[in-house]
Write a protein of this length. Structure first.
Length: 351
């Protein structure tokens, strides 16, 4: 093992912060590239390069001083990465990023490998929405193809009046329309794959969202083991098919014993934060291990656990609970909907 190596991360938010801390535990250095001088990861990294993601020259200089480049968010122009790939190893691959950063490409890809998603349609013109509404006779969830996260850029359309209200006078950029699914539960699987194709999967967690933002992840989920295994097998199929290296988060809707993939994230994922305290390894450590060619370790869960996101203002109630592990991201400004930290509330397994 040669710890004297450096991980580079594009993005300086809380995911980069927790990745940098996991990298430090394994003896690696971390360099962060981000535009924001107050970014959460800057407080814990060895070096921070402040720059714009479109600044090719700055990015190239950044890449020259690192051994492996990874990223904490999907919305990176892959044109810039194509240049960086000539200088440095990028993990997960640019291909995985390209697929997941566009909802239409993502869902088309999943269907192409026989993985079920919600029914979806490409929207190029406002008139497409009205025609579709007449055809499917069901409410539609309109989502931006790119740059959407935490429910941002999503509009529910039930009637032609809704179309007028939200789209009159503006030409939509690329959108998809999804049929609304009345799911019973939301689940996610955090999976990691290394260069040799070894795979470890964390137990599926059960997620609750509020206004499109993840509120809690609970382990164990009450769904039966067969469904848990099905979810893991679907996640495995995706990472194998992509020849993927690193951690991926796969989000599912469960409806009447059927699993639909909602989203894949080619990175560590908010619904995997429970692993920091509920499992023998965390998703952050596994990601660093995978991209730095260290062996993957046990993903077994040792405790029952609920992860609570601290959204908007920080409050004291959860933070001062006896069995709470608290993570505050060090963001200067709070605002509604902003993830400020999370708390893992631990219960002994089966208690
Ligand atoms: P997304 O940005 O696609 O991850 O959506 C955020 C959340 O909105 C999901 O976790 C669901 O709770 C809800 N949602 C998204 N798409 C659908 C859908 N087609 N039907 C019902 N709920 C959805």
């Amino acid at each position: 093992m040669n710890p004297n190596r450096t991980v580079g991360i594009l993005g300086g938010g809380q995911l980069a912060r927790m990745l940098a801390m996991a990298a430090a535990d394994l003896g690696f250095n971390t360099h962060i590239y981000c535009p924001d001088r107050d970014c959460p990861a800057a407080q814990v990294a060895n070096k921070v390069v402040f720059g714009n993601y479109a600044d090719d020259k700055n990015l190239a200089d950044f890449a020259k001083n690192i051994d492996v480049l990874t990223y904490e968010f999907e919305n990176i122009e892959t044109k810039a990465l194509d240049e960086l790939e000539k200088i440095v190893v990028i993990r997960p691959s640019i291909k995985s990023l390209k697929i997941s950063q566009d909802r239409f490409t993502e869902k088309s890809y999943l269907n192409s490998i026989d993985i079920k998603t919600t029914q979806f349609y490409k929207i190029d013109e406002v008139s497409d929405i009205g025609k579709l509404l007449i055809k499917v006779k069901k409410p539609l969830l309109l989502k931006t193809r790119r740059l959407g996260y935490d429910g941002k850029g999503q509009v529910l359309i039930k009637t032609s009046n809704d179309i007028k209200k939200h789209f009159q006078g503006n030409k939509p950029s690329s959108l998809i329309a999804e049929e609304v699914i009345n799911f019973d539960r939301e689940l996610s699987v955090i999976i990691v794959r290394d260069q040799e194709g070894n795979i470890k999967t964390f137990e599926p967690g059960e997620n609750v969202h509020e206004n499109g933002i993840l509120k809690t992840t609970t382990l164990p989920s009450l769904i039966d083991n067969k469904l848990k295994n099905n979810a893991k097998q679907i996640a495995k199929k995706i990472v194998d098919n992509l020849n993927y290296i690193g951690v991926m988060g796969v989000e599912f809707f469960l409806k009447e014993h059927e699993l639909f993939v909602n989203e894949i994230a080619p990175r560590v994922h908010n619904s995997g934060h429970w692993t920091m305290d509920g499992s023998y390894s965390s998703q952050f450590q596994q990601h660093i291990r995978a991209i730095m060619d260290l062996p993957l370790i046990s993903t077994e869960r040792h405790s029952d656990i609920v992860m609570y996101n601290l959204i908007g203002k920080l409050t004291n109630d959860l933070v001062s609970s006896e069995l709470a592990k608290v993570y505050i991201y060090g963001k200067k400004d709070s605002r509604p909907g902003r993830k400020m930290g999370h708390v893992n509330l631990i219960k002994k397994k089966g208690s």
